[in-house]
Design a protein around this ligand. Sequence first.
Ligand code: SF4
Ligand code: SF4
Length: 279
Amino acid sequence: MPRITLCAPDSEKSCFACCPPIRPKGYEHIDYRNIIRRILRENTRAFDPSSKEIIPITGFSCWALGYVDDRYRQVGCLLHPARNRGKDLRYRVDYGQKCQRESCLGARRFMALSPSARLFWLGLAEGLDSFEYSSRRYNPLFRLLEWGVGLLEKIASTEKGNRVNSKTFFERYPFFLTHLMPRAHTYLVDSLVQHCGLAPLRDKEFVPRFEAFCTRLIRKLPSVTSSPTAPYTHCLDMDETLADFLRLALGMKKIEKGEALIIKQKVDQEMEAFIDQLP
Ligand code: SF4
Ligand code: SF4
């Protein structure tokens, strides 16, 4: 099976959300679709693969971003080694190293999924063009991937890899329409799924119930003022989803491991009590 990536999943579309790597917060290419289409066509026509000229990127547009297929559907880097017989020409822009390093959380998580799970989840992006696919507003995968590899793998295997479109998926799993920030709550949802399976995530009435529980839980947990010498939470040797909960749901950027484990115990107790009273 060919290697399927989030960046370039098939011949109909590709993601170019991180080109160039420095953009204003909340920027989306799709908001400037017509002008960017014109720029991409011009870049593609003007590109000279034999040139070694260094041309810095200016502003929020990169001269090396263009169409990488004959049908002008896939947008990508004209300097990428895949386009230049293995030669990386990205040194020709002054962001060279940053471009080589660029990989978003979604792309990394997507690569950690099994090939069949990747195909399953791509069903939700079926029919999107490259502008829509690159947009967090249109492409649900960016947000869904924040729920973590374990949960996404479990859903794909429960669905036996049968692809569904995004409308069917959200009808089947209304939980994922929640306003909760995924990374901040993955620890709780993983724990829920461990005890109850996926059934609550399919129940529309469960969503507000779980959201209310999360709000109560966060209010109820003891507030910890960490010493300035405490380690950064994300560097602690512990489950990444727990560290994300402490950091993103409770705002604890630094914490001693012992304090983190006390909070974990309390959270686990509250979670068990919540699960016990589910119908
Ligand atoms: S790294 Fe992420 S944002 Fe960049 S092209 Fe790939 S999927 Fe899109
Ligand atoms: S050089 Fe390539 S990877 Fe870097 S911003 Fe330009 S198009 Fe994107």
